[in-house]
Write a protein that binds this ligand. Structure first.
Ligand SMILES: Cc1cc2nc3c(=O)[nH]c(=O)nc-3n(C[C@H](O)[C@H](O)[C@H](O)COP(=O)(O)OP(=O)(O)OC[C@H]3O[C@@H](n4cnc5c(N)ncnc54)[C@H](O)[C@@H]3O)c2cc1C
Length: 322
């Protein structure tokens, strides 16, 4: 067995001391990432810090960058599969949640910090009679994760409602990116495509959404219909949501099901009986169990249908490769 090599510098004591000076007790050296991911897997973070504002988020990643230490912004942890051996460098848990609304003509612009929950923002907009994000009710995770992955459902997505985002770039600082610059595609963006693994990750600080005033009753009914559909089609249990992107004109779940992988399991990981693109941690799965099951599904679909599915979920951390 070969362990993945890494060029990542480990976090030395003076750096830890600097983080403690900046963030106090919100710095941890013993945080287990399984507590912070929706699949409930993932090993220890070398250094773990929780930030509560956009300024703190920028300070945390800038500090890591200045020391040439790998950093990773963790939102809701609902679109990542984190290795059992955990993550090197600094994991920054983003809890910056400020939300502001302002009118521009008939439209309303919502400016929101990237650590805000996407689902909670969608609800807040509905309660204020603002349309555009109803599709997002029930999607776990933060605005930052949604902007990176172009989250979407029920025909809506981030691309259709995002006006601009303020993004910090390593070595360059923060600037506003227009929607066009983010070059959105299905569950994909410039940020996701160009995400460096170590110290070159861009960081979403905040976002501006363009919303349209609409009746609260209409918005509520629309969101309720979406939620009902979600409950009918998606399984309960710890998962990362859809594991694979849907190939053109096909559904990944249909392919996995047709390859007779529905219900298949490795250790504590199981392909859901209800939705074959959901890989469930039935209680004691390791990240390696899930990775192995993902590999089996991918290989079986390729062998049966000659289709190479693409992961929607990002594999992060220190994976051991045979
Ligand atoms: C039950 C379930 C249902 C789901 N349903 C849907 C669905 O209907 N539609 C859909 O699109 N997705 C769905 N998902 C997937 C997931 O919820 C979304 O992809 C979500 O937008 C991920 O956000 P997050 O904050 O959890 O990202 P994380 O998993 O924390 O991070 C994902 C990536 O984004 C990066 N990132 C996070 N925040 C920032 C930031 N501020 N700046 C830079 N990079 C950042 C991370 O570093 C990582 O690379 C579902 C997941 C689950 C578990």
């Amino acid at each position: 067995m070969m362990t993945t090599t890494t060029t990542i510098k480990t976090v030395h004591d003076p750096v830890i001391e600097q983080f403690v000076e900046l963030f106090g007790k919100r710095v941890k050296t013993d945080a287990h990432l399984s507590r912070y991911t929706s699949a409930r897997v993932g090993g220890p973070a070398e250094l773990f810090v929780t930030v509560r504002s956009v300024d703190e988020l920028q300070t945390a990643v800038e500090t890591a960058y200045n020391h040439r230490i790998a950093y990773f912004v963790l939102g809701g942890g609902s679109n990542i599969l984190c290795a059992d051996d955990g993550m090197k460098g600094v994991v920054v848990m983003n809890r910056a949640k400020n939300v502001r609304f302002r009118h521009i003509g008939a439209k309303v612009i919502c400016t929101v910090d990237s650590g805000m929950s996407l689902g909670m923002l969608a609800r807040q907009c509905i309660d204020n009679g603002l349309g555009g994000l109803e599709w997002a009710v029930g999607i776990p995770g933060t605005i930052g994760g949604a902007i990176v992955g172009n989250a979407g459902a029920h025909g809506g997505d981030i691309d259709s409602v995002l006006r601009a985002a303020t993004i910090w770039e390593p070595g360059r600082g923060a600037r506003i990116f227009s929607n066009d610059e983010l070059k959105y595609k299905y569950r994909d963006s410039l940020l996701k495509r160009e995400q460096g693994r170590d110290i070159s990750r861009r960081v979403v600080l905040s976002a501006e959404f363009e919303l349209i005033p609409e009746s609260i009753k209409v918005l509520t009914e629309r969101a309720e219909a979406y939620e009902t559909k979600r409950k009918q089609s998606q399984p309960l249990g710890a998962s990362t949501g859809s594991m694979f992107k849907n190939p053109d004109n096909l559904y990944a779940g249909y392919l996995i099901d047709s390859a007779e992988m529905r219900g298949a399991s490795v250790g504590g990981a199981q392909i859901s009986e209800k939705h074959a693109n959901f890989f469930i941690n039935t209680g004691n799965a390791t990240a390696e169990d899930i990775r192995e099951l993902v590999a089996q599904a991918w290989n079986t679909v390729r062998d049966e249908f000659n289709i190479e599915m693409e992961l929607e979920v990002e594999m992060v951390g220190e994976w051991r490769l045979e």
